[in-house]
Design a protein around this ligand. Sequence first.
Ligand SMILES: N[C@@H](CCC(=O)N[C@@H](CS)C(=O)NCC(=O)O)C(=O)O
Length: 247
Amino acid sequence: MTSKENLYISSTPDEVKNAPGLHLLTQNTPNGQATQILLEELAVKYGTKWTTTLINISTNVQKEEWFLRLNANGRIPTLVDNSKNPPYPVIETSAQLLYLLKEYDAEDTFGFKDELERNEALQWMFFWHGGGAPYQGQVNHFTRAAPEKIPYAITRYKNETLRVYGVLEIRLSGIYTGGQPRDYLAGAGKGKYSVADIKTWPWVKGWERSGFAKEDMDKFPHVLKWIDRIAAREAVQKGIGEKYVQS
Ligand SMILES: N[C@@H](CCC(=O)N[C@@H](CS)C(=O)NCC(=O)O)C(=O)O
């Protein structure tokens, strides 16, 4: 455990070190949105409270010492739980979702009590954390941010992203599991809305922004329905909304 003296230094913003409980350092990107959405869901369900610092990653503030003391990886989102003694920082979206489930979702509303269902949710979270987000992130980088357009890189990462969308389509269509479509990625029967969906949805819903065409997506009808199903949730709209947009 890092002591409070090592976690917070004089340059740590007051709103971070004096936050009374959960504090999220975020920007409204797909990674930021995963944790933002779960917090908004917990607020609806339990009245969970937290405070937020909006980060602008283009300023590289996330690489300053005060930030690296909270997250050595220097990236958003970063969650700190100041209700723990010493305050407890959590890096990586999926670990944040799992921390919030354990500490703030007493009824397992967004997780599972059954061990096998719980593991299924982990499987799909890991799948997206390791096999989806990094590839779609590279699509965004090479199509939008890279100073030169490198066709090989764009094609490679676009193809891999389409492939993993295809994996989600297999899962949600039920094509190889008896033909019964699923509503959500994890859980028995049609599945239950859970952290597996919350981790994955913020990326996949951005397919258009990542440069994919309607014709690409027509191959994934169950994924498109899943995107709309989750988008219809009020907490999800809040979790990607105004509150997280920097003025
Ligand atoms: N694996 C990390 C990825 C986090 C990440 O890549 N965050 C990006 C924004 S979406 C970031 O902070 N980029 C700024 C930087 O790399 O300096 C997670 O799941 O939390």
